[in-house]
Design a protein around this ligand. Structure first.
Ligand code: TMP
Ligand code: MG
Length: 192
C-alpha cells in the first residue's frame, strides 16, 4: 500500500503521518519513520510538526544512497509500516523504491509538499501521487483571508520571494506562510 499525504506547509502533513504510524505501533506492528538530512529544522533525529509534536526518525541523506538506505533498513528490520517525511527533498529514485516496498506488502506512508514556493510541482511528489493507492490532500488556512490555503508563500524580510529565488530553503514560520491561490504572490513569475 502506497499512501501519499500532500498539501502546503502548515497543513498538518507530518502530524497525519505520525498519527498513522503511531496507530500501527499500538497494533504491535514493526514501524519506522525516515526523513532526509537536508531538513535540519529543530533536531536531527526526529520528524517535527509546526505545532511542536515530534517522533523518532532515521535520518538519511537526500540522495540515491539515502533512498537505498530506506529500502535496506526496511527489509533488514522487517518493518511492516514505514513513514517517509519531506519526500520533496529526495531524488526521483524514491518513487521506484517505495513502489517496490509497497509491492512487497509494506504499508508506505509518505508525506511531502506537492508544490514549491513558486506554485510549481516537486517532481518526486508528483510521481508519487501518480503511483499512489491512496491520496490525502490536506489544506491550511490562508494567512491573508482565512480561506482554504493550497499554496506556500515564501517571504524574504517580510516580502514575497521572487520567482528566481532558490528552490530549496529549509525553514518554518519565519520564512513561509500558507496562502490561498488568490493571495499567493510570486514576483517575476512567467505569465502563461
Ligand atoms: P513542511 O512541509 O513540513 O512544512 O516542510 C517543508 C520544508 O520545505 C521546509 O523546511 C521549507 C522547505 N521548502 C523549500 O525548501 N522550498 C519550497 O519551495 C517550500 C515551499 C518549502
Ligand atoms: Mg512537515
Amino acid at each position: 500500500m502506497l499512501e501519499v499525504i500532500v498539501g502546503p506547509m502548515f497543513a498538518g502533513k507530518t502530524s497525519e503521518l505520525i498519527r498513522r504510524v503511531e496507530r500501527d505501533r499500538y497494533a504491535k506492528k514493526r514501524v519506522s519513520v525516515f526523513k532526509p538530512s537536508l531538513d535540519t529544522r529543530y533536531s536531527a533525529t526526529h520528524v517535527h510538526t509546526h505545532n511542536g509534536l515530534s517522533y523518532p526518525a532515521y535520518i538519511v541523506p537526500a540522495s540515491k544512497e539515502g533512498v537505498e538506505e530506506i529500502v535496506e533498513k526496511t527489509l533488514e528490520e522487517g518493518y511492516e509500516t514505514i513513514g517517509v517525511d519531506e519526500a520533496q527533498f529526495f531524488p526521483l529514485d524514491l518513487v521506484d523504491a517505495l513502489d517496490t516496498l509497497a509491492a512487497r506488502g509494506v504499508r508506505v506512508i509518505v508525506a511531502g509538499l506537492n508544490l514549491d514556493f513558486r506554485g510549481e510541482p516537486f517532481e518526486t511528489v508528483k510521481e508519487l501521487l501518480a503511483r499512489a493507492d491512496h491520496i490525502t490532500y490536506l489544506t491550511a488556512v490562508c494567512t491573508v483571508c482565512g480561506g482554504e490555503a493550497t499554496r506556500t508563500q515564501r517571504l524574504i524580510d517580510g516580502r514575497p520571494a521572487p520567482y528566481d529565488s532558490p528552490r530549496i530553503l529549509v525553514g518554518g514560520k519565519e520564512a513561509y506562510e500558507a496562502r490561498c491561490r488568490r493571495h499567493h504572490e510570486v514576483p517575476g513569475r512567467p505569465t502563461s
